[in-house]
Every structure is written in structure tokens, then in C-alpha cells.
Ligand binder design. Structure first.
Ligand SMILES: *[C@@H]1O[C@H](CO)[C@@H](O)[C@H](O)[C@H]1NC(C)=O
Ligand SMILES: *[C@@H]1O[C@H](CO)[C@@H](O)[C@H](O)[C@H]1NC(C)=O
Length: 265
């Protein structure tokens, strides 16, 4: 079936739905009534707060771990109407750890990788829920001392750490600047030993400072319970409590994936 015929079928299929008013034919009259009222209440009655997008746009110039490397997505038109095709169709090629993304336990732990702990196994209950946005003192990496100073209460499971990276606009900078702020090994160990944090959000390329790139990850991934969310866009947001929603792509077999993350106030 070509594109025009497909569109026609879709349009024809859509007609009875709109002709019947709001009601979806799948619901009985009674059920539809309740659903309609419930939905209106949610739309109008503050059932939903203000959405703040904390995802960086996926552009080819995303920061990379090597100077000049291109890790951002290459979106290429495979079929182009300009070239006579009936439709436009793009394909996507990118590193799974570019831009705003999650790490799966297999990223830096071979046993977890072998156990199949890929992105698709990440716990959506950890990736979605109340989160605390905190400001890290701007003159330091996230060390044990800094973690102690931040004094994040027990029971807090999701924390977004805003650092000097945001002020320096590092996620907007092409190429590799390895002086970004992240966790040191002792900072990572302190978090594991003294908090209940399971989701660690950072505003830099990696959850680990470059000098501790492997060692801090190794600490976080000793057990597969912690999910780093890296490359978040945290500028112009007040520190405080939000509802966080992160939904990574279900890339089976991958140890990282791009993710859309939003805060709801
Ligand atoms: C399809 O792609 C062409 C480039 O090949 C572009 O000029 C055009 O605007 C696109 N059309 C749509 C509907 O996106
Ligand atoms: C954080 O650590 C990196 C090395 O991993 C270093 O280049 C950078 O200067 C440190 N940043 C601060 C603010 O101390």
C-alpha cells in the first residue's frame, strides 16, 4: 500500500469516531460518561502541574568524551520527498550515552551485563517519582565531604545534583571538556553508605568526575539498584521537590539509552 492509500484508510477509519462525538465506541454509554468527567476533572482541576523539560535537545554538537568526537545523533533522511519519494523517512544513528541519558548496570560491570541487566530492565518505579533538586557548592566536585554537607535525609530516593556544569553551560559545548564536575570515588561511596538515593541525576556528561570515571561508576554499580541519569538540563529551575518522570527508550541489550526527563511542579 502506498502512502496516499494508507492515509485514506486512516481517514476513513477515523470518521465514525468523530461522528459519534466524544464517545469512543469501545466504551458503553455509562462508562464513557464517567471517563469523560474524570478526564475533564484531571485536565482542569490541577491533576497535572506545570511541566518543566529537563532534557537536552539531541543535536549533532553534543559534548563528547574525546575532543572533536561527534556523539550526537545523526538524523538522515533515508527517503526524501524532495527526491521524489512519496514520504519522508529518517533514520537515527547515535551513541547510547549521548545527551540526556540513563546508564544501565551493565555499563561498567561485566557481571551485570552478562546477567542481562540492560536498559530494558531498569525499574520505572525508580525512574518516576518524587525527586529533590539540590545545588552543589560551585567550587568542588561531589566528594564525601560535599555529600555530608548536603545532608540529604534518609528516605529521599531521587536526587538531581546541580553543579558548576550548569553555570558553565557544558552540555551546550561541543567536543570534550573533561573538567566537568561529577562524583569522586569517596563521594560515590558516601552516597551508597549513608543515603537511600537510587536515582542520581547530574547536569554533566557523566555521574563520575573524569579523574574517577571508572572508580565512581564501579562503586555505584556494585549492586544493580542505582540508576544514573546523566546530561540533565537543570538551568533556571528553583531547587526543591518535584515529581520526576524519566522514560528511557527500551533498547534491548544496550547498557545506556537516551531518555526524556521532565519535572512536574
Ligand atoms: C520532506 O523532506 C524534504 C526534504 O527532502 C523537506 O523539504 C520537506 O519539507 C519535508 N516534508 C515534510 C512534510 O516534512
Ligand atoms: C572536578 O574534577 C575534575 C577532574 O576530574 C577537575 O578537572 C575539575 O577542576 C574539578 N572541578 C572542581 C570545581 O573542583
Amino acid at each position: 500500500m502506498d502512502g496516499a492509500a494508507l492515509l485514506l484508510v486512516l481517514l476513513v477509519a477515523a470518521v465514525p469516531l468523530s461522528a459519534a462525538g466524544d464517545a469512543h465506541p469501545g466504551y458503553s454509554d455509562e462508562g464513557t460518561c464517567t471517563v469523560g468527567a474524570d478526564l475533564r476533572r484531571l485536565e482542569e482541576g490541577g491533576g497535572r502541574g506545570r511541566i518543566i523539560d529537563i532534557t537536552h535537545a539531541y543535536v549533532p554538537d553534543l559534548p563528547a568524551f574525546a575532543t572533536g568526537a561527534v556523539t550526537g545523533p545523526v538524523v538522515r533522511l533515508k527517503e526524501s520527498m524532495a527526491d521524489g519519494s512519496e514520504y519522508n523517512l529518517s533514520e537515527l544513528r547515535m551513541e547510547c550515552h549521548a545527551g540526556t541519558h540513563v546508564d544501565a548496570p551493565g555499563h561498567i560491570n561485566q557481571a551485570h551485563f552478562a546477567a542481562g541487566l540492560d536498559v530494558d530492565t531498569l525499574d520505572l518505579d525508580v525512574l518516576n517519582g518524587p525527586a529533590l533538586l539540590v545545588d552543589v557548592p560551585r567550587d568542588t566536585n561531589i566528594t564525601a565531604e560535599v555529600m555530608k554537607f548536603l545532608n540529604i535525609p534518609r528516605g529521599v530516593r531521587r536526587v538531581l545534583f546541580r553543579t558548576l556544569n550548569t553555570d558553565r553551560k557544558l552540555m551546550w559545548r561541543k567536543g570534550g571538556d573533561m573538567s566537568y564536575v561529577g562524583f569522586t570515588e569517596d563521594g560515590a561511596q558516601w552516597l551508597v553508605d549513608n543515603t537511600d538515593i537510587k536515582l542520581i541525576g547530574v547536569d554533566g556528561l557523566s555521574v563520575a568526575a573524569f579523574d574517577y570515571l571508572i572508580s565512581a561508576h564501579v562503586v555505584f554499580f556494585k549492586t544493580p539498584d542505582i540508576i544514573p541519569v546523566e546530561g540533565l538540563k537543570l538551568d533556571d529551575i528553583e531547587a526543591g521537590i518535584y515529581m520526576l518522570h524519566c522514560l528511557p527508550l527500551r533498547l534491548v541489550g544496550a547498557e545506556g539509552a537516551p531518555t526524556r526527563c521532565i519535572l512536574i511542579k
